[in-house]
Design a protein around this ligand. Sequence first.
Ligand SMILES: Nc1ncnc2c1ncn2[C@@H]1O[C@H](COP(=O)(O)OP(=O)(O)OP(=O)(O)O)[C@@H](O)[C@H]1O
Length: 247
Amino acid sequence: MSSGLRLDRLAKTFPNGTAALGELSADIEAGAFVSLLGPSGCGKSTVLRLIAGLEEPTRGRVGWPQTRGSLGFIFQEPTLMAWATATNNIALPLELAGMAKSEARERARVALEKVGLAGFADALPRELSGGMRMRVSIARALVADPDVLLMDEPFAALDEFTRGKLNDDLLRLWAERRFTGIFVTHSVFEAVYLSQRILILSGRPGRLVADIENPAPYPREPGYRTSAAFNATARDILDALEDVSTC
Ligand SMILES: Nc1ncnc2c1ncn2[C@@H]1O[C@H](COP(=O)(O)OP(=O)(O)OP(=O)(O)O)[C@@H](O)[C@H]1O
């Protein structure tokens, strides 16, 4: 299942007077994979937090054309519980939501398998690499089968090799589940590789300055990264970013 959403003249000024987000309007189709790209500090995380209902907009609204979709959130830090195994990091939130322990653990086992961590079910976070910890975090977000997956620079702290692998894993999971993916990144190249559409925000307060379609078909193989089609989309984005002031 997935769910579309409409950002309708969404704006946010924080109580201290910081105008983080100007007016942002965009219709995001159910099952789309969309990236938000723009200079640092210009409201990208704020957009995700507004969609998640963690902040209230100052003006505008987040609209849900059908019913409000269920949400998953992946942060830049994996935010795992240090004392809990990989399995329990995934199962405990399900148990807290009322699921029977045996079912929660079984779902966690399947989720770990999906992200290639079947052999690390009993490992503690400190026994895992940064990339593996992020995989646990992805499994935890996906185990509840969200309609919309919000991702806030999830791979920014990882080395390029691990990042590339996780990009492929994420696209595979998206093809399987077809959630609506909204991905915040600073990386033009990551945005191109992953997305069907890239929304470019201006300097603070963030406003939509370009809405770029990426027509390349999926699955996107690693060779796509060095193709002419990839370069053409990257160039469109870089051109749009040239006109964007920094904060
Ligand atoms: N709770 C808050 N109170 C006051 N200002 C805030 C708050 N949260 C964010 N801001 C400010 O709003 C602006 C936008 O922040 P936001 O985190 O959305 O930007 P971003 O584009 O995601 O940045 P980055 O790419 O660096 O992660 C920043 O100037 C930030 O300092």
